[in-house]
Design a protein around this ligand. Structure first.
Ligand SMILES: C[S@@+](CC[C@H](N)C(=O)[O-])C[C@H]1O[C@@H](n2cnc3c(N)ncnc32)[C@H](O)[C@@H]1O
Length: 230
């Protein structure tokens, strides 16, 4: 079963993925940082691209709080259906789309890109394209937030890489979810993204990934990135 089918199945039975209406907490910290440092005037009618939007909780927050125009993309039809049902908004365009394929967007057209724990499921070829596409569509002065799986200090992740190898560097096939995911060391992440964008802040935080009734301790990178043309 491929990643797309596994995610669709997950949205049907929802053992891991959130169906929450609340925006992700670390993403809110990024928004606070943007505001405090006046990096972007969020009240100026910004355009946001939410990659792997899931049920749309973060897309909705941006449209509802800041009147942002949002593209919410997810390759799971079930996720997009739920997003439209529970977090529909006139300023949001939810679409079933693979973020590892070319983005049908103009150059320099997006003020903010969100990737809240989504792109870690891309393969290397798709990831290379996704980073190039993010750099292409992000406006000069635009910012990107990535929350992704960390390698350092995460014994569960390191064990899964050993026991359930995903075929590419630092990947595993999640034993319950069935999705192949990449984990990143800090230097690996920076090297990759800095080719086309500029990583300006990177923080590692511990969180819990719940699957069914069990909670697994996981480490996540919260990465703040800006356009190289800023
Ligand atoms: C952990 S969930 C996070 C959802 C959302 N960002 C949130 O914070 O609630 C990861 C999401 O990424 C989506 N996803 C994974 N790989 C994708 C791809 N190649 N293209 C589009 N969506 C993808 C999954 O379907 C899933 O909805």
């Amino acid at each position: 079963m491929g990643n797309q089918q596994s995610w669709n199945q997950e949205y049907k039975r929802s053992q891991l993925v959130t169906q929450s209406h609340k925006p992700q907490k670390d993403f809110l910290r990024f928004i606070k940082w943007i505001k405090n440092n006046k990096h972007i005037d969020l009240y100026s009618g910004v355009t946001v691209l939410d990659l792997g939007c899931g049920v749309g909780r973060n897309s909705y927050y941006m449209a509802d709080h800041y009147d942002a125009s949002v593209y919410g993309w997810d390759f799971s039809e079930d996720a997009v259906e739920k997003a439209q049902k529970f977090h529909g908004h006139e300023l949001i365009s939810y679409q079933v789309r693979n973020i590892g394929e070319p983005f049908p967007l103009e150059d320099n057209s997006i003020d903010m890109i969100l990737d809240v724990t989504s792109s870690n499921a891309l393969n290397e070829k798709q990831r290379d394209l996704y980073i190039r596409e993010c750099a292409r569509v992000l406006k000069p002065g635009g910012y990107m937030y990535v929350r992704t799986l960390a390698k350092e200090g995460d014994k569960n992740a390191q064990k899964m890489v050993m026991e359930f190898p995903g075929g590419e560097y630092n990947t595993y096939k999640h034993p319950q979810l069935g999705v192949i995911e990449r984990i990143f060391s800090g230097p690996d992440f920076k090297k990759l993204y800095n080719q086309h964008l500029e990583v300006v802040r990177m923080e590692r935080k511990t969180g819990y990934q719940t699957f069914g009734k069990q909670a697994y301790k996981r480490n996540y990178w919260n990465v703040y990135i800006k356009s190289k043309n800023a």
